[in-house]
Each structure stands twice: as structure tokens, then as C-alpha cells.
Design a protein around this ligand. Structure first.
Ligand SMILES: Nc1ncnc2c1ncn2[C@@H]1O[C@H](COP(=O)(O)OP(=O)(O)OP(=O)(O)O)[C@@H](O)[C@H]1O
Ligand SMILES: [Mg+2]
Length: 277
């Protein structure tokens, strides 16, 4: 993870410093144009991004700027128009297996209980769910669902369902996790608690994490670096290394420095007319 001024500057430029470890994710001049029924939409334009192993990168940008498109391309779920995307040094040409994904709505199977919903991930990968049961129980306990593993999704709150989806994404211990507005549908208090719990999980597991959000404060609170995107066609406006101590506790998220980061990103969006006061 980039630390210190020199690494911070290199990171801010989106470039690896000579001493940096090989990037986990390399995105180079990525462009994406959708053509459908005579409609042409340029979603991404010349996106360059390097993500280091174990780094927590948050992408923040206005609605429709191409955040989900970027994530789906990096996950190998969507073919792209031009550029290059590599994960672990290999070109992404199809769905990635060493990956966990969490979407905005958790998509749980209502005829399966919580534990079974988590284990479906390993079943679909042809692995023996019995070998993962203990890990599933431990992870569920870690996110406060220890007593809920026999419940059905309909018996859970929105935040609890999203926790199940996070555990499901983590169960096979992928080195890389992608989250597309996972807390978007949650109330502000639950959302803040989820942010705190996700940071704990990430600090314990240290997978590489790319997290997409509309929330500026949420981005600053979570990220090692915040990637600020422009309105469509999505380009990277700037990459801001967040130099705040972890865990990002109350002191960190109420500090003057935290507010400065939030202001910097807010002013970016004001310049693009995304936020107008
Ligand atoms: N499969 C598709 N076919 C055609 N156009 C698409 C497709 N997927 C996305 N788009 C278009 O690409 C643009 C970027 O969409 P995307 O979903 O990546 O935005 P986003 O930044 O994730 O937005 P939001 O914050 O609202 O989720 C939008 O104009 C969208 O209409
Ligand atoms: Mg989206």
C-alpha cells in the first residue's frame, strides 16, 4: 500500500514507483463505447489505473459516469472496446475466478438460509461446501450474524442481507474483492456501521479491494486512495491518496484533514457541475 510522500505522489499519478510491488490490477487506456439500437454511448474514455496488492481503492463519481462499467470490465464480465486490463499480470479475457463481487442489491436465494446462501459460492465453483462451513460460520460471526445463520433472507434487515452478500463474496478467500455501491440502499446509520465493519474485515484479511460509491465522505473514510471520476464519458479526474490513520475511528472521520479531503472532492464535482449550491 502506498505510504509516504514519494509513494503518495506516484500513487496520485496512478503510476507505480520503481520500488513498488507489481500491481494487482492494471488498467491501461481503457475505453468503452456501447452501441445499441442506433444509440452510441461512450461510457469510459482513457482510464488508467494501477491498484497495488492489498490496497483499498474507492471510485467515486456521478451517476452514469461508468463506475459499474469499469468494475464489470475489470471483473471480466463485460468485453471492452479498447485498452488493456490485467489482473495479477494476466490479461482479463473472461470472468475472473479469483474474485469476490458484491453488488448494490444482495440477490440472495430466499429458499436457502443464510449459511446456505454463503456456501452457494463454493458449490457453484465445484468445491466441497463442508470444507468451508467453519469459515462461513466464523465470517458470519465476524459481521454480527452468528445467531442468524439458520434464518431466511426475508427475515433479515437490508443491512444484514448485505452482510450475507459480503461474506458470500469472501468465503472462497479471493485475493480480490470488488464492491459496487454495496451500501447504497441502506440508511445512514447502518451504512456507517457497515463501513466500519468492512474496514475491520479488510484490515484482518488484506485482500485487494475496489469499492464504488456516490458518497464522498464514505470514500474518504474507507480509501487508501480515492479515484475521482468525471461525468460521462468517465475519465479519471484525479487520484487522491488518503493519509489518515487506520482504523478510521471517530477522531479520524471528524478530523480537519478528513474535511479537507471531502472539500477537495466536492470542489472537483462542483467544477463539473455535478454539485451546485
Ligand atoms: N450494457 C449496456 N448497454 C448500453 N449502455 C450501457 C450498458 N451499460 C451501461 N451503459 C451506459 O453506460 C453509461 C455508464 O453506465 P454505468 O452503469 O457504468 O454508470 P455508473 O457510474 O455505474 O452509474 P450509477 O452511479 O448510476 O450506478 C450509462 O450511460 C449507461 O446507460
Ligand atoms: Mg453503477
Amino acid at each position: 500500500m502506498p505510504q509516504g510522500a514519494a509513494a503518495g505522489e506516484a500513487a496520485a499519478a496512478g503510476a507505480a514507483s520503481p520500488a513498488a510491488p507489481p500491481a494487482h490490477i492494471e488498467i491501461d487506456d481503457l475505453c468503452q463505447t456501447f452501441r445499441r439500437a442506433g444509440m452510441v454511448t461512450q461510457a469510459l474514455d482513457g482510464v488508467d489505473l494501477l491498484v497495488a496488492p492489498s490496497e483499498l481503492v474507492v471510485v467515486v463519481g456521478p451517476s452514469g459516469c461508468g463506475k459499474s462499467t469499469l468494475l464489470r470490465i475489470a471483473a471480466g464480465l463485460l468485453p471492452f472496446t479498447s485498452g488493456r486490463v490485467r489482473i495479477g499480470g494476466r490479461d482479463v479475457t473472461g470472468p475472473q475466478t479469483e474474485l469476490g463481487i458484491v453488488f448494490q442489491s444482495p440477490v440472495l436465494l430466499d429458499w436457502r438460509n443464510v449459511l446456505e446462501n454463503v456456501l452457494i459460492q463454493v458449490e457453484l465453483r465445484g468445491m466441497d461446501p463442508r470444507r468451508y462451513r467453519e469459515r462461513a460460520e466464523r465470517l458470519l460471526a465476524d459481521v454480527g450474524l452468528g445467531d442468524f445463520q439458520d434464518r431466511r433472507p426475508r427475515e433479515l434487515s437490508g443491512g444484514m442481507r448485505q452482510r450475507v452478500a459480503i461474506v458470500r463474496a469472501l468465503i472462497h478467500d479471493p485475493p480480490l474483492l470488488m464492491m459496487d455501491e454495496p451500501f447504497g440502499a441502506l440508511d445512514a446509520l447502518t451504512r456507517e456501521q457497515m463501513r466500519i465493519d468492512l474496514e475491520k474485515l479488510w484490515l484482518a484479511q488484506r485482500h485487494t479491494l475496489i469499492f464504488v460509491t456516490h458518497g464522498i465522505a464514505e470514500a474518504v473514510a474507507l480509501a487508501d486512495r480515492v479515484v475521482v471520476m468525471t461525468p460521462r464519458p468517465g475519465r479519471i479526474e484525479r487520484i487522491i491518496p488518503i493519509d489518515l490513520p487506520r482504523p478510521r475511528d471517530k477522531a479520524a472521520v471528524t478530523s480537519a484533514r478528513f474535511t479537507e479531503y471531502v472539500d477537495e472532492i466536492t470542489e472537483c464535482f462542483m467544477r463539473y457541475g455535478v454539485i451546485r449550491y
